[in-house]
Write a protein that binds this ligand. Structure first.
Ligand code: FAD
Length: 401
């Protein structure tokens, strides 16, 4: 997006990519559908040190701005009823192909299969090191946009190689940690739920303090939990000592009122606990919750004491797990950490330390929840950088002409 915008504004642009093709990560986003942005995007939902910076960024580049820009590039979009925005084609593959063609049409010098191993700033130019240290050659440019991602899913191309160069230019690099990934936890008696999926409400707690809440589908795994139902909370495990955290799950999720309503009217019901529970989940799952609550599954509902109902409700809705860790970069979708946003301008993404240097996407210490937040930030920061870079280059060449 930075290259497209800069070239569209009249700058001569070279785009380096060490994969054989640009946009390899984009291809796998949204399970191949590419969840581009979100109509309900708001600064509060991002993990970022300065919400004011994020507000200024979103004021400069909103979801409507992204949809308009993509539309102009030939990628019309649609929003789901809950505001998640996808390409009309629902195909990340189509979106990448259209962006690739636009790069060529705007005469961006696309140089794929080239690894940038570092860069430096020398008076007014940037020297890019191409190839392995010791054997590298350099090429110089007037301005530089670092859009090299973080460290998540390294097999797709982003390995954090360029952070040392940013540090050498004086930028802070906050520690890089995986986010939007699994949460590992001690399952105890719940380990028999392994392999089952639930639509849950989830909260992460440090002592009595709730750090964050989310909802969505999760799967119970060998080591804990994975899926959207916990991914939005996994960055807390990266930021805090895991042993200080508990994950609380409500396995009934949106079905809770139906369940408690039925229980409240149980006084004449001859239905067994097991049969009642089966209306809400698979028998394998209901067996586990009944066992955790210490109940006899054959007991008719009318015979349940208030204390037994409370035990079952707690087993289902207040299941608490000691957190033991989070996933690695290999199984987490984004990176927290990187250059703090305070070191770049929110409306241009230009470095406040090195003029002509722009930092975008996961290079910056910004992480959003699932739902298009991260692609919005990557595209938006790229757009603002490309636009500012083009304007500055055109002004400079007019001044020197
Ligand atoms: C499985 C998965 C699903 C996701 N789904 C969604 C989703 O649906 N919606 C959403 O909002 N977000 C999603 N995300 C997150 C989103 O994809 C990222 O936040 C976003 O792509 C970050 O963009 P970026 O440009 O900063 O980095 P990247 O997309 O990682 O791009 C960086 C590029 O730079 C190249 N590069 C890196 N270092 C070098 C180097 N030294 N030399 C040359 N080239 C280099 C890389 O090969 C890569 O092509 C998903 C992520 C994953 C892993």
């Amino acid at each position: 997006m930075a290259a497209l915008r800069a070239a569209g504004g009249g700058a001569r642009v070279t785009l380096f990519e060490h994969n054989l093709r640009v946009g390899r990560k984009l291809l796998v986003t949204g399970s191949g559908r590419c969840n581009l942005t979100n109509q309900g995007l708001n600064a509060a939902a991002y993990t970022v040190a300065e919400k004011g910076w994020m507000n200024a960024f979103l004021a400069a580049f909103s979801p409507a701005d992204l949809r308009q820009e993509l539309d102009a590039l030939g990628i019309p979009t649609f929003a789901t009823p809950d505001g998640w925005v996808y390409p009309l084609s629902e195909s990340a593959q189509s979106a990448v192909s259209i962006l690739e063609e636009a790069l060529l049409q705007r005469q961006v010098n696309l140089r794929v299969a080239i690894n940038i191993t570092g860069f430096s700033h020398c008076i007014t130019v940037f020297e890019l090191q191409i190839g392995p240290p010791g054997q590298h050659r350099t090429e110089t440019f007037d301005a530089l946009v670092v859009a090299a991602g973080g460290k998540a899913y390294p097999e797709l191309g982003s390995r954090g190689e360029l952070f040392p160069s940013l540090a050498r230019l004086g930028h802070t690099v906050n520690p890089l940690r995986p986010a939007l990934g699994p949460i590992h936890a001690r399952l105890g008696a719940y380990q028999l739920l392994k392999g089952l999926r639930f639509d849950v409400l989830a909260a992460i707690l440090k002592g009595n303090r709730c750090l964050g809440e989310t909802d969505g589908n999760l799967i119970v795994t060998e080591q804990g939990f994975n899926g959207p139902g916990v991914m939005n909370l996994s960055h807390w495990v990266a930021l805090e000592e895991p042993a200080s955290l508990k994950l609380r799950l409500d396995f009934l999720g949106q079905k809770a009122s139906l369940f408690t309503g039925g229980m409240a009217n149980r006084s004449r019901s001859q239905q067994s606990v097991q049969s009642y529970m089966s209306a809400f989940m698979a028998p394998k799952a209901s067996d586990v919750f009944i066992r955790v609550a210490g109940l006899d599954p054959t007991l008719p509902l009318r015979d349940l004491t208030t204390r037994e109902v409370a035990a079952l409700t707690a087993a289902l809705q207040q299941a608490s797990f000691q957190v033991t860790g989070a996933g690695t970069f290999k199984d987490s979708q984004v990176t927290v950490g990187g250059v703090p946003v305070a070191e770049v301008d929110p409306t241009t993404c230009q470095s406040r330390l090195v003029p002509g240097l722009y930092l975008v996407g996961e290079t910056l210490d910004v992480a959003g929840p699932c739902g298009g937040y991260n692609l919005h930030f990557a595209f938006g920061s790229g757009f603002l950088a490309g636009q500012h870079l083009a304007n500055s280059q055109v002004t400079q060449s007019k001044e020197t002409a």
